[in-house]
Design a protein around this ligand. Structure first.
Ligand code: GDP
Length: 700
């Protein structure tokens, strides 16, 4: 039996239901990756067409036309122009939808001009009756020189007919619907004569677009056939007008709309949801609700995961033969994996909500509402979601920036999101604030400590916005600057789409960023649990000798705490912490704080735990004990270590420093390069250092 594979490219405007069609065709047989060198998501799925034929379906990014203005759109053109690409399609499937057929067909006519066998999918057929739309399919097939599948991906109707058309793609016409030369007859005549073997429309795209394809010398075409920019613009506009004329003529006969039959509440809803005042109130209300739910709902599975991994680790420790290998498993690998899995509930819930907002059509209203404000800072209306999600955790927040189509806006959002105060910073803030800010009320109402906490949150947002403005000026990218406000109709979210999206995002995190998090956790574990033999190796003896020589009667558990503190101090991480003392001294920190700063690289909240160990506080949950110990710590000159100046300096350091390996890992994953996380690390930590330094020097 021979097995044949047909290569299919799925193309369409955003919001036509392309993803839903893809999901229906491929189910869970999907792979998500990236196009080489860029961050545009590449989704490939497979689908069985008959006993011995299957299709490989490439879901291309949504695009409005072949006049590329973003990297996402470039991907589409570069693939369709390059016959040598391994994914060059045998057949293109263009997805459109009944309500916006006119606009959707523009892209269709352009694809047809590339003379690739093309199938037209008209999706959302379930809405035809409600909208009073009637289509003359045979007429449209004849005019558009294609085969049409009338589909409702929501109701799973017509998916088989797409499969059938793909199976028989060889019988499709490759004739264009439009003659490209109508754009400028003389000019196209010359082009045709100069390159008799090339497709006219391809030549036109090479002239007007910034695309490369292998079998044509772009310089040769461009140098002989260049026109001025304004002339090209004019011709492009003319092209669009000609296409719309053709589409209008076709739809005049092929599509009947009886408005009297249409029933719609959309306009009313829109008036409220995009209202100048209530629109914002509703949006922030929804956001609050979402984050409350994420916090509440996630805490149960997170606690469960935490406990499971802790007991797994202690089980491993007690049941495996004692030794280095067991330590690696029980203290390095198991907690490392636990540190990845613990993020899963938050990521899953956030994406559940985001998918529902997107699917329902509400997200487009949010973009419409927020875009004007955010665009001033180089961000997108959709950046609001990551920026606010960042208050829970930067990991899912940065992943949610994927919804931003424009790469520059997405990158800026990714880079500034870690400035927002995540929940891991809370324990650090809480203990430092309680040490240096008096628990008093001002103006009889505002609690001073609470006010400080709020200022720290606001500082985070403020820095995020300031950095966005700077990045917007500094980063020079070719990136779409115009903005299509599209208001798709409201819909009940499709369970399958939401489910697949949540699954995909969670998988991407666990297997993408997870690897890096695990590797760094193991390195940090090694550095924290190993040290030079003479000090680290003999910790127990050294501490016991000290205790015995002091002749005091000391409780064995206190000795154990002291051993732990001594070990941490003399581990490699301790040595690093101590050796950076000269660098952090001007900030008001001693080597003990230095160690805590280094270890809190694993996660910020580790700061408190580390100090607890160093100050040999037995029960690290008991905050008052750590607090008392910290408050009692004195410098050699007798003054307090955690004085006001040092406290403020530390607070500011933690507010601005990029100090969480998981965030670095996710930025690496999302930007597809080490360049951005490293720049982010250097910039944020450098800035944090300078601010902390100035604060300490001024206040001391
Ligand atoms: P994409 O942006 O083109 O990938 O579109 P999606 O697949 O994300 O779908 C956009 C919206 O249309 C979502 O709210 C879907 O639930 C909805 N949708 C998709 N297919 C259908 C359909 O056949 N009928 C209806 N009524 N809605 C659909």
């Amino acid at each position: 039996m021979t097995h044949k594979t047909i290569k299919v490219a799925l193309i369409g405007n955003p919001n036509t239901g392309k993803t839903s069609v893809f999901n229906q065709l491929t189910g869970l047989r999907q792979q998500v990756g990236n196009y080489p060198g860029i961050t545009v998501e590449k989704k490939i799925g497979s689908c069985k067409l008959s006993e011995n034929v299957k299709a490989t379906i490439l879901d291309l990014p949504g695009t409005y036309s072949l006049n590329a203005s973003s990297i996402d759109e470039n991907v589409v053109i570069e693939l369709l122009m390059n016959k040598n690409d391994e994914y060059f399609p045998d057949v293109a499937v263009v997805v459109t939808e009944v309500e916006n057929l006119k606009r959707n067909l523009l892209l269709f006519t352009q694809i047809k001009d590339l003379e690739i066998p093309t199938i037209l999918v008209i999706n959302m057929s379930d809405r035809m009756a409600k909208k009073g739309i009637d289509l003359d399919i045979p007429f449209l097939e004849k005019e558009l020189k294609t085969k049409i599948a009338l589909v409702s991906s929501r109701k799973n109707i017509g998916i088989d007919s797409i499969k059938n058309l793909i199976l028989n793609y060889e019988s499709l016409s490759t004739e264009p619907c439009l003659n490209a030369s109508v754009i400028d007859v003389d000019y196209f005549d010359k082009l045709r004569r100069a390159f008799p073997n090339q497709l006219l429309y391809k030549l036109w795209l090479v002239i007007t677009q910034d695309v490369n394809f292998l079998n044509l010398d772009r310089n040769e075409v461009q140098s002989n056939f260049t026109k001025s920019k304004t002339e090209l613009k004019r011709l492009q506009q003319k092209e669009t007008i000609k296409r719309y004329q053709f589409i209008n003529d076709t739809l005049k006969i092929g599509q009947k709309i009886d408005v009297s039959k249409a029933t719609d509440i959309r306009a009313k809803l829109d008036r409220v949801l995009t209202h100048k005042f209530f629109g914002y109130v509703i949006f922030f209300g929804i956001l609050m609700l979402i984050f409350q739910s994420i916090f509440n709902w996630s805490s149960v599975p997170m606690d469960f995961i935490d406990e499971t991994f802790t007991s797994l680790a202690s089980y491993a420790k007690s049941h495996l033969p004692a030794g280095e290998f067991t330590n690696l498993i029980a203290e390095g690998i198991i907690p490392g994996i636990g540190g990845i899995v613990i993020f899963v509930p938050q990521i899953a819930f956030l994406f559940l909500f985001i998918s529902v907002l997107e699917e329902s059509g509400y997200m487009s209203r949010v973009v419409f509402l927020m875009d004007k404000i955010m665009r001033r800072y180089g961000l997108s209306g959709k950046s609001v979601v990551p920026l606010i999600s960042g208050t829970a955790c930067a990991i899912p927040a940065i992943m949610s920036a994927r919804n931003i189509e424009n790469w520059k806006e997405r990158l800026i959002t990714i880079l500034v999101t870690p400035f927002t105060t995540c929940s891991a910073r809370l324990p650090v803030y809480a203990i430092l604030i309680s040490l240096i800010i008096p628990d008093e009320k001002i103006l009889g109402f505002f609690n001073l400590q609470g006010l400080t906490l709020m200022v720290l949150y606001l500082l985070g947002f403020f820095m995020a916005i300031v950095s966005a403005i700077i990045l917007n000026k500094v980063l020079q990218f070719k990136s779409k600057s115009y903005f299509v406000v599209e208001m798709p109709s409201y819909k009940i979210p499709m369970f399958k789409n939401v489910g697949i999206n949540v699954l995909e995002k969670t998988k991407a995190f666990v297997f993408g960023a997870g690897k890096i998090i695990l590797a760094i956790s193991i390195i940090l574990w090694f550095l924290g649990s190993h040290g030079p033999k003479e000090t680290f190796g003999n910790a127990q003896q050294i501490v016991e000798n000290e205790v015995y020589s002091s002749k005091l009667k000391i409780n064995p558990s206190v000795i154990e705490d002291n051993v732990a503190a001594y070990k941490l101090e003399n581990s490699y991480i301790g040595i690093i912490g101590r050796s950076i003392e000269p660098v952090i001294k001007p900030l008001g920190y001693d080597w003990k704080i230095g160690i805590a700063v280094v270890t809190s690289f694993a996660a910020r909240e580790v700061f408190v735990g580390t100090l607890a160990t160093i100050y040999s506080v037995g029960n690290s949950d008991d905050e008052t004990t750590i607090k008392n110990k910290m408050a009692a710590e004195i410098k050699p000159d007798g003054t307090k270590i955690f004085n006001f100046a040092t406290g403020v300096s530390l607070l500011l350091f933690y507010a601005f420093a990029m100090q969480c390996i998981s965030t670095l890992a996710i930025v690496k994953k999302e930007t597809n390069s080490w360049k951005w996380p490293i720049i982010q690390l250097i910039f944020m930590s450098g800035f944090a250092y300078l601010v902390a330094l100035s604060a300490y020097q001024i206040l001391k």
